[in-house]
Design a protein around this ligand. Structure first.
Ligand code: GRF
Length: 195
């Protein structure tokens, strides 16, 4: 708890690969008066990730990591996380799987958001599969990251209805809105029980 007192906010790194709407909502939330965390470092494997603009706009340090060599990429990531004294990590649309080297260094300190009601629909193309299977409900989940894909402890989850008229596009739009809403709330909950 010591870290949360006064101006010593917890130091977060957000990993992205694309658009960055979850990154944006995390940054916006972190700027609120009583927020107990600060986004210090943004990491991307994609030079063209749109989300980098939020880093620039908010003058947050960002780092591009070339994944042609995964070991080298993770070595670079770890050096930067350590030199920035990062307390925990948020994956937000990061399309690479972290290996044990990073997982062990940040055990139970890595969060991810997934666009389904985990443990259902792990992996990619969730909205397409939801529509094809004519599911009545879907949602999104913020969970801890462990070595199994989309399988760590659930921190926060929100359920929404799938309407008959929904297609993959409308559904992903609806779910994304909720994702942007719950990710910061999940971070808050995670901090309360872990620091
Ligand atoms: C989100 O749908 C998230 O659940 C998934 O990747 C997408 C990232 O979106 N893991 P954005 O880049 O945060 O807009």
């Amino acid at each position: 708890m010591e870290k949360l007192i006064g101006k010593n906010k917890l130091r977060v790194s957000v990993f992205i690969s694309g658009r960055g709407t979850n990154l944006k909502s995390i940054i916006n939330f972190s700027k609120k008066k009583n927020s107990s965390f600060k986004v210090i470092l943004i990491i991307t494997n994609n030079k063209k990730a749109k989300g980098i603009n939020f880093a620039k706009k908010n003058k947050i340090k960002f780092l591009f990591v070339d994944y042609k060599n995964k070991n080298e990429a993770e070595r670079k990531i770890l050096i930067n996380l350590k030199s920035c004294n990062i307390d925990f990590i948020c994956l937000a649309g990061f399309m690479k799987i972290l290996s044990n080297n990073i997982l062990n260094n940040y055990k139970n300190k890595i969060l991810n958001i997934h666009p389904s009601l985990l443990p259902n629909y792990k992996g990619l193309n969730t909205h397409r599969r939801i529509i094809n299977n004519k599911e009545k409900f879907t949602g999104c989940t913020v969970h801890l990251v462990n070595s199994k894909l989309d399988s760590g402890k659930i921190i926060l989850q929100k359920k929404i209805k799938v309407l008959k008229k929904d297609d993959e596009k409308s559904l992903s739009k609806k779910v994304l809105k909720i994702e942007n809403l719950i990710y910061p709330l999940a971070i808050k909950k995670f901090i309360q029980s872990n620091f």
